[in-house]
Design a protein around this ligand. Structure first.
Ligand code: NIG
Ligand code: FE
Length: 398
């Protein structure tokens, strides 16, 4: 099938957005077989797309969409002057979601996460990363990861999972952090690996969470098990987690508002992607901006993601996140689109998606838009026309 009469934001190198005017895409067996100018297209059955914009399927590379309960009360508390860290120290924050997630059945988690997932898919997300980390005990972490896998079977989206057992210390280990790290490394992570439930291992390296030394134990275990790593790093302070992550060849370091020059140099050398999460920056009313100029100067690939979670980022829109990355962090609309396509793919270790090029998976989004810069421009408006996944139209019409 030839999709034709398109403006193609291929997101390949060379020119803004890798733009091809009046282009066409040939899809065969779920893959892109050819792409280029319409007048050079190979002969095939063709669909006229009316001159609209085609991009790669969007990739949300950092989410926590599986959880019980909600934290609207804490949103109110924060607006009454209590900080995120204070709420966390008082047993709220992540721990309040842990209580609700432990109490929820697998069916309940699947149902509530499905609703959240649907919001993202309606905007053209075709690949999503989903983290555990609201169970913390072995059983609930496995439950969350099974729910994440089930979401990928029940919805037209590719799901990749990250085990985030080192998200915070559960109440029962409040006074014995070493024992919890032992549980993560000795029991939980091996169980998760055995069940093949984690495509990556993540941790939250922060003053209110895991120290660099504790995080390293988790990384060393992941490395032994052959599972790639990522890290919530330098979100509220600069502990040096990103440098550690770079030493372990991390796929990505995420948040990174407080990342310093040494950290930027380290991740530039390790080829680690910088994942910016403007939703959390916005909700926590953070003042410290991520070091975008330094990341650009060292050519660190920048991805952006919703971080959809009940506490720091109840943001259910990747398009809104693109806009926030532009307005709050000064990314260009092109960087924002690279951030949810080619660079998001790389943050998840994928080589087969995120660009419109021969050999890539035919995950594509057709937009009622003329130019790729139109996508990051509005807030609260969804110009999606159709989604093509593995070469099939799965949403909307052409
Ligand atoms: O990515 N920073 C740590 N973890 C999550 C927040 C989780 C929560 O507040 O429930 C994040 O922002
Ligand atoms: Fe997160």
């Amino acid at each position: 099938m030839l999709f034709s009469n398109l403006r193609l934001a291929t997101m390949t190198e060379g020119g803004p957005y890798g733009l091809i005017e009046d282009g066409a895409v040939l899809v065969k067996d779920g893959r892109i077989a050819w792409t280029g100018a319409r007048k050079e297209a190979p002969a095939a059955q063709s669909i006229d797309c009316g001159g609209r914009l085609l991009t790669p399927g969007l990739i949300d590379c950092h989410t926590h969409i599986v959880y019980g309960g909600n934290r609207a009360r804490e949103f109110e508390q924060r607006l009454n002057g209590v900080s995120y860290a204070e709420i966390a120290k008082a047993g709220g924050g992540i721990l309040s979601t842990v209580r609700a997630t432990r109490a929820a059945s697998e069916e309940e988690l699947l149902k509530s996460a499905s609703t959240r997932l649907e919001s993202l898919l309606a905007e053209g997300v075709t690949t999503i990363e989903i983290k555990s980390g609201y169970g913390l005990d072995v059983e609930t972490e496995l439950k969350m990861l099974r729910v994440a896998r089930a979401l990928g079977k029940q919805h037209p989206v590719d799901v990749v999972t990250s085990y985030l057992g080192a998200h915070t210390f559960p109440a029962e280990y409040r006074d014995d952090h070493a024992a919890y790290v032992d549980l993560v490394c000795g029991k939980a992570l091996p169980a998760v690996a055995q069940a093949r439930l984690a495509d990556a291992v993540d941790a939250f390296c922060e003053g209110i969470a895991f120290s660099v030394a504790e995080t390293e134990k988790v990384f060393a275990t992941a490395q032994k098990l052959g599972i790639p790593i990522k890290l919530h790093a330098e979100q509220l302070s600069n502990l040096g987690g990103a440098i550690l992550a770079a030493r372990y060849g991390a796929l990505s370091v995420d948040h990174i508002e407080y990342l310093d020059e040494d950290g930027v140099v380290a991740i530039a050398q390790s080829g680690t992607v910088a994942v910016l999460l403007p939703g959390a920056f916005y909700y926590l009313k953070e003042k410290q901006h991520p070091p975008v100029a330094a990341l650009r100067a060292r050519k660190v690939p920048i991805a952006i993601a919703t971080d959809l979670n009940p506490g720091s980022s109840p943001v259910h829109s990747l398009l809104a996140t693109m806009n926030m990355a532009c307005v709050l962090f000064g990314l260009t609309p092109e960087e924002a689109l690279r951030g949810v396509t080619v660079n998001a793919a790389r943050a998840l270790g994928f080589k087969d998606r995120g660009r419109i090029a021969p050999g890539m998976k035919a995950d594509l989004v057709l937009w009622n838009a003329e130019r790729p810069g139109d996508l990051a421009y509005p807030l609260g408006f969804n110009p999606l026309a159709a989604v093509i996944r593995n070469g099939e139209i799965i949403r909307g019409k052409l």
